[in-house]
Design a protein. Structure first.
Length: 371
C-alpha cells in the first residue's frame, strides 16, 4: 500500500497540468503543403514624405521602432517654410490697414464724398489679401501647422506619424537635403497580414472561398481564409499565387518571409481530429493517452471476501495510473490539429500534459517489473 501511495502522489501533483478533450469530427479535404510568403496589402504599407524641400535635421525614431499616430518622427529645416510663414504673417499685417481703408471709403461713399470706383478698388484689394492669406493658411494646415498660432516666421517643420505601426526603413540619411515629396521612411501597420501561397495551376483552380489553410510562423500555426487567386503567375517558380488572410492578428511578422502553408482542398470528408499536442511516440509508435477502461471492476466485485490483503495491494498497484496508450494512425496535420484514425467521436483523450502521463506510465511499468 505504501508503494501505491508513493507512485500515486506525483500523479496527483501533476493532475492539474493534464487537460482532457474530446475527439471531434471536422470536414477535411486533400492536404497539400507548399511555400508561402508573408506580405501586406499596399494600403497597409505607408510612406512618410517630406512635403517640403529642406534639410533633415533630426530623426525622432529609428528602424524597427513602434510608433503611435501623432508621434514626432522627423525634423526638417526648410527655407520654403520660412518664406511661407513670413508671407502669411505679412498678409495678416496688410489686411488690418486694408480693412480700415475699405471701411473709411464706405463711410465716405455713403456721404457722397467718395466714388463707387474708389470703394470697389479698396474692397477688391481687401478681398485679394484675404484670399491670399486663406490660401497660405490652407497650405500650412496640410503641413500640420496652425496658422492662427503663428507669431513669427519659422523654418522648423516636424513630420508626425499618420498611423500606428512600425518604422520599416529610413531611406534618407541624417543631414541630407531633400526635395518636396521625397520619401523619408516607410511605416508598416502591425495588422492585416497575408500569405501568398504558391500552387500548381491544377491545385490553384480547386481553391474556393470555403478552402481552409494554416500557415506556419515561428513554431506556431495560424488559420487563414481564402481571399483571391492573384492574376499573374510567379515568374521564378512558374506557379499560381493564391492570397490568404492570416487570422488571429499575429504581430511583428517579417514581411517577405518565406514559410510553409497547409491547404485543405475540396472535396472534403468528415474525419476524426484531435490536438497535435496529444501526439507522442511510445514504444516506437504514435499514440495518444486515453482513460483506462476498468473492465476488472465488475469481476472484482463478484470475488469472495476470502481474497487476502496481498492480492488487493497488487490490484491497486495495477490501477495506479488511470490512463493507457492508444496506438493511432496519423492521416494529416491540420494547423494545430491532426487528423487521425484510432479514436471514436467524442472519445476523451489527454490533449495537454502528455509528458506527465507518459512519465507516470513508464515509472509504473518499471515498478511492476521490479515487483
Amino acid at each position: 500500500m505504501t508503494k501505491f501511495l508513493l507512485l500515486l502522489f506525483p500523479f496527483l501533483v501533476w493532475g492539474n497540468q493534464i487537460k482532457i478533450e474530446h475527439a471531434m469530427i471536422k470536414p477535411l479535404g486533400k492536404m497539400i503543403q507548399t511555400n508561402a510568403q508573408i506580405t501586406q496589402l499596399s494600403d497597409q504599407k505607408q510612406e512618410i514624405v517630406s512635403r517640403l524641400s529642406g534639410h533633415v535635421e533630426a530623426y525622432y525614431v529609428q528602424a524597427g521602432q513602434m510608433v503611435k499616430k501623432g508621434d514626432k518622427v522627423v525634423l526638417i529645416e526648410s527655407i520654403a517654410l520660412a518664406k511661407l510663414t513670413a508671407d502669411y504673417l505679412a498678409l495678416k499685417q496688410q489686411i488690418k490697414p486694408a480693412l480700415g481703408q475699405a471701411n473709411t471709403t464706405r463711410k465716405l461713399y455713403k456721404k457722397g464724398l467718395a466714388s463707387k470706383n474708389q470703394l470697389s478698388t479698396h474692397l477688391i484689394t481687401l478681398e485679394t489679401l484675404r484670399s491670399q492669406k486663406n490660401a497660405l493658411s490652407s497650405q500650412l494646415q496640410t503641413l500640420d501647422i496652425d496658422a492662427d498660432k503663428l507669431t513669427k516666421a519659422t523654418d522648423k517643420f516636424i513630420l508626425y506619424a499618420h498611423a500606428d505601426g512600425v518604422v520599416g526603413k529610413i531611406l534618407v540619411s541624417l543631414h541630407s537635403n531633400v526635395d518636396a515629396q521625397s520619401t523619408l521612411m516607410t511605416l508598416v501597420q502591425q495588422s492585416g497580414y497575408y500569405a501568398i501561397a504558391f500552387l500548381s495551376l491544377n491545385d490553384a483552380m480547386k481553391v474556393t472561398k470555403e478552402t481552409k489553410a494554416w500557415v506556419h510562423i515561428a513554431d506556431k500555426n495560424y488559420p487563414t481564409h481564402f481571399v483571391q487567386l492573384l492574376p499573374n503567375i510567379d515568374r521564378k517558380t512558374q506557379r499560381a499565387k493564391v492570397l490568404f488572410a492570416i487570422e488571429n492578428n499575429p504581430l511583428n511578422l517579417l514581411l517577405g518571409t518565406f514559410t510553409e502553408i497547409d491547404i485543405s482542398l475540396a472535396p472534403t470528408q468528415d474525419i476524426i481530429v484531435i490536438k497535435k499536442s496529444a501526439l507522442t511516440l511510445f514504444k516506437g509508435e504514435w499514440v495518444v493517452f486515453v482513460k483506462k477502461e476498468h473492465e476488472e471492476e465488475a469481476h472484482h466485485d463478484e470475488k469472495s471476501d476470502h481474497n487476502d490483503d496481498k492480492e488487493k495491494v497488487k490490484h491497486e498497484e495495477h490501477e495506479e495510473v488511470p490512463y493507457e496508450a492508444r496506438v493511432i494512425e496519423v492521416i494529416a496535420y491540420v494547423g494545430n490539429d491532426v487528423a487521425i484514425k484510432g479514436l471514436k467521436v467524442e472519445e476523451e483523450y489527454v490533449s495537454n500534459g502528455v509528458y506527465f502521463v507518459k512519465s507516470m506510465i513508464l515509472k509504473s511499468s518499471l515498478g511492476e517489473h521490479g515487483h
